[in-house]
Design a protein around this ligand. Sequence first.
Ligand code: SF4
Length: 341
Amino acid sequence: MEKLIGKDINELTSIAEQIGQKPFVAKQIAHWLYTKRIHSIDEMSNLSKQCRNKLSERYNIGLKAPIKVTVSNDGTKKYLFDVGIDTPEYIESVYIPDSDRATLCVSTQAGCRMGCKFCFTGGLGFHRNLTSSEILNQIFSIPESNTLTNIVYMGMGEPMDNIDNVLKSLSAMTSSWGCGWSGSRITVSTVGLIPGMKRFLSESDCHLAISLHNPFDDERLSIMPIQRAYPISKVLDSLDDNLFKHQRRLSFEYICFAGANDTIRHARELVRRLGKRHCRINLIKYHNDGTGEFIGSSQQQMEWLCNYLNDNGIRTTIRRSRGEDIMAACGMLVAKETKES
Ligand code: SF4
């Protein structure tokens, strides 16, 4: 059975033709999938019984509920999905409620090949790309699906390394035939894969977040191998400021490591490199992975860095740490489940 979730309007039009229907039926199917978010083809009540039967011969909706949820004291929930075909293959999503916002952090790959040294997922290695259907399933199959206000593509995997499926899922989220969300409600992160990033900038209007973590080339290389192929200076050069002047936002993610990237030397270099850009920096507390190889900055040092950057013209915030008690660092729950299964 093929899944309907994740199909774009062109694919749905071909499916409508295959079952002997007019092209407008594709829009009706898309409405059921992306606006009504139904779970069975039988619920498509404005399609004839014969049409629904024909559709059901080859397709199903394709939604698959998470197999586990872990709930934090602060309301953050970590969902575990099994996307395996013959053997289990786990991915995770994190639901983060916060006063008037409800954000879901989704994965784009099972594992990741980028190998960032501080990242648990990086240590799991690359397994495979997720399909657009598997990316959207994380959004549509959780109980909070209809209350989400924001989506961030910052879970397991590097989105620009799976750009076709990421763009297809974004198109379903933002197109008028799909969920009709504004691109400003979705942020996609990258370590700086320039080819994928360029396609993302030209083919979507969602926000971009670049994982920076160190402004010095040699120091960044020691924790992020991607720096060798795509140095951060080239990544910055490739960004056209005009793309970020209006609705689209450019931000830099910066995990703070004690003494390693939170000193005055780093602060000055951040201002030198980013000061003239229309951007913001999110300082992130490091979730200790238990190896002791990396140590997160103190709250006091993060506040100092935040104030320094704001005083020097870069809008900077400290992202509130969420779900620490449920292993919210990306990939930790998957690693635990894989070990136990
Ligand atoms: Fe991959 Fe992101 Fe982890 Fe780097 S930080 S290894 S890109 S999941």
